[in-house]
Design a protein around this ligand. Structure first.
Ligand code: AMP
Length: 368
């Protein structure tokens, strides 16, 4: 498939794709959409940033256009990813007012969500915990779900969502289509696929570590006591927006406070902040009011902000794969990006593990 118009999509969706300037499908879209349109279950191996949202939203909207009483459910691990997917859905359905979607995520008013759930949305985007709350209260029904998407399934399992997913499964119709997306295919996903999917087609786009190709990566050696100075030097010699990762909530707060004291326009996001604060932080960073966003790994996946020019690992990630996810926040949609890791002598073992992962994909890293 070279062009979306080969797919005979509903006219309202075709028109939306034109307005959004989505002409050629990305590789994951080219492989996954025809399979999903043929009503097959699917395991897609792809990360955010590869056009995954449209890869499942286009077939979902197409299918729901044909069966007016049915609904779709998209499960995501984080609230931010949920909000982002809702925006894409709104764009894709801008010429189909009957195709309403709603967001059921934690940290937001239950009351407003109940109201919105009762207005018969066709697509529900939800985080597992909040959806289970709604199911227990009987404020949402999943009996008409015709198509289910599990997005970032590996991460959902990582984060301990399995009990909630099992609970949700009890409320879902047995006959349905299921599309599962994951950045990696660990054995957990295989197990999940047996529970959730029927005879799935597997679609893989590269390996996770190949994502880093357009990203210039470098290491800056420093000392724990000099990290703040090194960070400041890096910020001063770089232009453009910067996403900084720190290990914990308190370290995130501390780095942000330090930068703010020196007059940097900085905001922060971590699991300890309210949903309102998290949304305001991401939006302020997205619209350029803040040049810098300091974050925990909560922002390592899912966040799609095209103008992020630099990712700085103030602290290295605990899990080597998270390095790939973090640096994937830059060099979005064809742009170039820089990834800088501050490495102290104590970090050496962790850095070795990351280097091993990168060596497998032939990535070169400059050491300063
Ligand atoms: P995603 O992986 O869904 O977060 O998408 C990554 C970025 O690629 C988003 O900014 C999308 O708007 C953009 N995108 C996705 N599909 C296409 C396409 N077919 N043509 C152009 N841009 C796209």
């Amino acid at each position: 498939m070279n062009h979306f118009n080969e797919l005979k999509l509903p006219p309202a969706l075709e028109k939306a794709l034109q307005v959004m300037k989505f002409e050629q499908p990305t590789p994951i879209q080219a492989k996954a959409i025809p399979v999903a349109l043929a009503n097959r279950d699917l395991i897609g191996c792809a990360q955010t940033g590869t056009g995954k949202t449209a890869a499942f939203s286009i077939p979902m909207i197409t299918r729901l256009t044909k069966v007016p009483n049915k609904t779709g459910l998209i499960l995501v691990p984080t609230r931010e990813l949920g909000s982002q997917i809702l925006e894409v859905l709104k764009n894709l359905t801008q010429f189909a007012p009957e195709m309403k979607s709603t967001l059921l995520i934690g940290g937001m008013s239950m009351k407003a969500q109940v109201r919105s759930a009762q207005s018969k949305p066709r697509i529900i985007v939800a985080t597992p915990g909040r959806l289970v709350d709604h199911l227990k209260r009987g404020t949402v029904s999943l009996s008409s779900v015709e198509i289910l998407v599990l997005d970032e399934a590996d991460r959902m399992l990582d984060m301990g969502f399995a009990p909630q997913l099992n609970e949700i499964l009890r409320f879902l119709p047995k006959v349905r289509q299921t599309l599962c997306f994951s950045a990696t295919l660990p054995s957990d996903i295989e197990k999940l696929s047996a529970r959730y999917l029927k005879d799935p087609v597997r679609v893989t786009i590269g390996v996770v570590s190949q994502h880093a190709n357009k990203i210039q990566q470098s290491v800056v050696q420093t000392l724990q006591t000099k990290k703040n100075d090194t960070l400041m030097d890096q910020l001063n010699v770089r232009k453009g927006s910067v996403l900084i990762f720190a290990r914990t909530k308190s370290r995130t707060d501390r780095v942000a406070r330090y930068l703010a004291e020196y007059g940097h326009p900085v905001t922060r996001i971590h699991g300890g902040r309210t949903q309102g604060q998290r949304t305001a932080a991401v939006e302020g960073f997205r619209d350029g009011r803040f040049r810098i966003l300091v974050a925990t790994d909560i922002a390592a996946r899912g966040i799609d902000i095209p103008h992020i020019a630099h990712v700085i690992n103030y602290d290295l990630p605990q899990v080597p794969e998270d390095y790939i996810h973090r640096i994937g926040r830059t060099a979005r949609a064809g742009a170039e990006g820089q990834a800088i890791s501050l490495v102290t002598p104590e970090d050496k073992p962790q850095w070795r593990e990351i280097s091993r992962l990168l060596e497998r994909s032939g990535t070169k890293i400059a050491i300063q």
